[in-house]
Design a protein around this ligand. Structure first.
Ligand SMILES: [Ca+2]
Length: 321
């Protein structure tokens, strides 16, 4: 952004807690489980504020305004501030490449963070559990800031200030401990079909929705009508579970599969939110889609492209990721 005092590009922070001391706010502030990336200013910025906890945030690729060289996490004045379990990974364009910068603050505690860049103005805590290494995101260039299976942030966070859920409202901790960063690592596993029920907008004679979840790829559900936008097929998993990958095939016709389908994971069968994945221009009878793992009881498949063919599903497989 531009402002009167600096009539050029400046600032533009992803998250800023600004001047709560000035406004006399006396309560606590929690900033947790956020992903902040590709901002001109800092990923997370605190100015003239007190009693703020920054927990389990991931900040990366920020400080993009060349003249400003903002760090990923920037603490300026203020007091009684905690930084725990965060990941800060500068974009590489700034000089120096600052992960964490602090000036004129008092009573600031920071530990158990992954700080993959310069730290200035902040004495290292004693003992020091910060890691000064690459956090190993799943795909940083592709903006997938979940943790790679080899990430040093896995299970290495502190349970102090621990959050019960992560950025996707998945339960923490998974594995042997709390992770650092916004996304708790989810181990890949296939979900059991026990307790599942299926329903569909329409059914062809005896080719019922249950055939899509009976464990056999030869039996299938069929709509018996051409595919039109908005048609749905819904799985009720019986209870909330982690879902991050969906695969399903069709009958043997070679045509009775969606050209386009949206996948939703939700805990409310009617308020299904935004799609976790939106497939279009599909020509493959076998569909396999991965997305950020979400906790939900209902998996909804919704046609997003009309097609002159029946909709069939021979067998649905779900995975945690
Ligand atoms: Ca089947």
């Amino acid at each position: 952004m531009k402002k009167a005092s600096t009539p050029f590009l400046s600032d533009g922070n992803g998250i800023i807690i600004d001047s709560n001391e000035v406004t006399n706010y006396k309560g606590k502030t929690l900033v947790a489980n956020n992903l902040s990336y590709n901002n001109g200013g800092a990923g997370i910025h605190e100015v003239d504020s007190s009693y703020v906890d920054f927990i389990n945030n991931t900040t990366s690729n920020n400080g993009l305004v060349p003249s400003e060289n903002y760090p990923e996490i920037f603490a300026v004045r203020g007091s009684h501030i905690n930084y725990y379990n965060n990941i800060a990974y500068p974009n590489g364009a700034a000089t120096p490449n600052k992960a964490f910068s602090m000036n004129s603050t008092t009573n600031v505690a920071y530990d158990y963070n992954v700080l993959n860049g310069v730290v200035d103005g902040a004495a290292a805590p004693t003992p020091n559990h910060n890691l000064y290494v690459n956090p190993l995101f799943k795909n940083r260039a592709g903006y997938d800031f979940r943790l790679d299976s080899n990430s040093p942030a896995r299970d290495s966070g502190t349970s102090s200030f621990a959050q019960a859920t992560d950025n996707q409202l998945n339960a923490r901790p998974q594995g042997t401990g709390y992770d650092r960063g916004a996304f708790e690592f989810v181990t890949s596993a296939q979900l059991s079909r026990t307790g599942w029920t299926a329903s569909a907008f329409a059914t062809r004679n005896t080719l019922v929705p249950a055939y899509a979840i009976d464990g056999s790829t030869t039996s299938y559900w069929s709509s018996g009508t051409n595919m039109a936008i908005g048609q749905t097929f819904t799985l009720d998993l019986g209870q909330s579970q982690l879902v991050g990958r969906v695969s399903f095939g069709s009958d043997t016709s070679g045509v009775n599969f969606p050209s386009g389908v949206d996948i939703f994971v939700s805990n409310n069968i009617t308020e299904i939110g935004y799609p976790m994945k939106s497939l279009k221009n599909n020509t493959n009878p076998t569909i396999d889609l991965s997305f950020v793992t979400r906790t939900g009881r209902y998996v909804t498949f919704k046609i997003n492209t009309a097609k002159t063919a029946w909709w069939t599903i021979n067998e649905i497989n779900l995975y945690t990721q």
